[in-house]
Design a protein around this ligand. Sequence first.
Ligand SMILES: C[S@@+](CC[C@H](N)C(=O)[O-])C[C@H]1O[C@@H](n2cnc3c(N)ncnc32)[C@H](O)[C@@H]1O
Length: 264
Amino acid sequence: MAQDPAHETVEFNYSTYEKYYRQPLVELRYDLIYRQRRIADLLDRAGIDPGRPGFAAFEYGFGAGHLLRVIANASRVVAMEFSPSAVEKGRRLAPEGHPSWEVRQHADATDLPLESDSFDLVTASHVLEHLEQDDDVLDEFIRIVKPGGHLLIILPAHEQLFTGTKHLRVYDVAEFTQRLRDRGLTEVIVDEHQRFDRPWKHHKVILQSRKNKLWKAAIEGSKAALFLPPLALTWKALASVDAVLGRVGAKSTSVAYLFRKHKD
Ligand SMILES: C[S@@+](CC[C@H](N)C(=O)[O-])C[C@H]1O[C@@H](n2cnc3c(N)ncnc32)[C@H](O)[C@@H]1O
């Protein structure tokens, strides 16, 4: 019997990410480090301080843990992943003597074993596009946010799906923003960023690289650059490059949606 394509993608993701997070160099990818700094800055701009006494933070699908590092100083951190290799890494990221660091394997984000209204910040970065029931997942995330707390969802942007993708769907910025508003959340910041890795996300380039060995070598070779720490660039310099690319019309590859849950 033919398998459901969405289910196939989930299985493909499981084995891909399981191998991926066993690589030692993942943490050094500068696109991920850039996103980490950018999100730390965004929280700061919104006046959200995870270090505030009593702050509780939850992350779903933390991967190599870049965002987990941003919320690491919260009084309570709960983080879940479906990839066991990421879970191993996430456990090791606990700051010494952290009072409440809970990292577990969990594969069903539509059903989180957590109390309602219990987190000041609930976040998932580049995860929703992999999940089959993204609407149910959003509802579940919002359920566990405290009234007055925040939901931070980060998604790929302006992508086109092609055969073999790890993503189940493409999100339109205006449409996704509206989806969050329709759930009664208040927009705080919608931040489009990370335009400098567009060539590696361009579906025509990727498709070419599958057909032609030379293209494949060129793409894989240049992708290796993502693993080099930005030796000459601080994240602020990279942010300026990002802004300039935005001004000349380059499309972002990532969007952060920060929304607040109503108090009553
Ligand atoms: C692109 S990575 C993002 C990792 C990290 N949050 C980041 O921003 O770098 C997607 C993550 O979603 C998780 N994931 C993929 N498919 C999933 C599924 N069906 N259920 C639960 N988690 C899934 C993977 O384990 C992976 O860590």
